[in-house]
Design a protein around this ligand. Structure first.
Ligand code: NAP
Length: 268
């Protein structure tokens, strides 16, 4: 039965891949669900299955998050529905080809989904949770936020954007009583690869995680109170060192004086 206190989880991109696994796992934890994706025909059977298996309430919303009016509808639900305690900001896409190979329309579409919608919805959830003094936001970024040299740059840049936004929002959340977690998956076996014309099996098998393992690990990270969760990273100390090195630069990043190496030398 649904716990009266655990609340509702709103998941974008819930029809396949990581979002569908989040739906399953969160229903089993007792969350009522609001599932969002374009393809309602794919969401409905998942919703029916989860209702039957777990007894939770499941709402389905068909929305194309590259469409501003559709994003507004989801923002409004996050703000108006006080039962929502968890927002999984998961919907995302990748592009075919390399950084120089996509059309203007394709670049605008990925930015609309991975950046504009993701930012608007995270901020709407932040406002709602801040006003209620509780809640958690899970932003699905990517390890490519840390490895831009290895992939198409608009996709990796969109995920770096989401990591950056998460870290900023986590700071605000600590003051206002809500939690923000960025999840950075490595290559994970989902439909995103086929949808963007890529073969995930081109990677060595030991580089590709299952969607179930990824989500289960990310939920353990959430339970641990992590603000950044990198499921495939075996040595947590590597992230801690990277994070500490970045923070150590902080006091030197805005100064009146230019660095010594940039000083204009007087012509003699
Ligand atoms: P997926 O299986 O392709 O799932 C993407 C989900 O987003 C689907 O539910 C899809 O449903 C929905 N979606 C796509 N375009 C949409 C739109 N315009 N409006 C609303 N919903 C839309 O991919 P996935 O791997 O699970 O991706 C989930 C997240 O993980 C993404 O943010 C992705 O960037 C990130 N990620 C994935 C990997 C990986 O290797 N799989 C690695 C790092 C990060 P509809 O088509 O029905 O709309």
């Amino acid at each position: 039965m649904t716990s009266p206190t655990i609340g509702t989880a709103l998941i974008t991109g819930a029809s396949t891949g990581l979002g569908a696994v989040y739906a399953d796992r969160l229903a089993k934890r007792g969350h009522d669900l609001i599932l969002v994706a374009r393809n309602a025909a794919q969401l409905e059977p998942l919703a029916a299955k989860l209702r039957a298996e777990t007894g939770v309430e499941v709402d389905v919303i068909a929305a194309d998050l590259t469409n501003s009016d559709d994003v507004t509808r989801i923002e409004q639900r996050l703000i108006d529905d006080a039962t929502i305690t968890l927002f999984v900001n998961n919907a995302g896409m990748s592009l075919n080809g390399g950084t120089l190979e996509n059309s203007a329309a394709e670049i605008e579409t990925i930015i609309a989904l991975n950046i504009t919608a993701a930012a608007r919805l995270a901020i709407a959830a932040g406002r709602a949770f801040g006003a209620r003094g509780q809640g958690a936001i899970v932003n699905i970024a990517s390890v490519l936020a840390l490895a831009p040299e290895t992939f198409e740059g608009v996709y990796s840049g969109s995920k770096a954007f989401l990591l950056n936004l998460s870290q900023a929002l986590a700071t605000t959340g600590r003051e206002k009583g809500f939690h923000v977690q960025a999840v950075l998956p490595g290559a994970t076996r989902t439909e995103i690869w086929e949808r963007s014309g890529k073969d995930v099996d081109a990677f060595p098998a030991e580089m590709v995680m299952s969607a179930v393992d990824l989500v289960d690990a990310a939920l353990i990270g959430l339970d641990r109170g992590e603000e950044v969760t990198i499921p495939p990273l075996a040595d947590e100390g590597q992230w801690d060192a990277y994070h500490a090195a970045r923070l150590a630069m902080g006091p030197g990043l805005s100064r009146r004086d230019v660095g010594e190496r940039y000083r204009v030398t007087e012509a003699v």
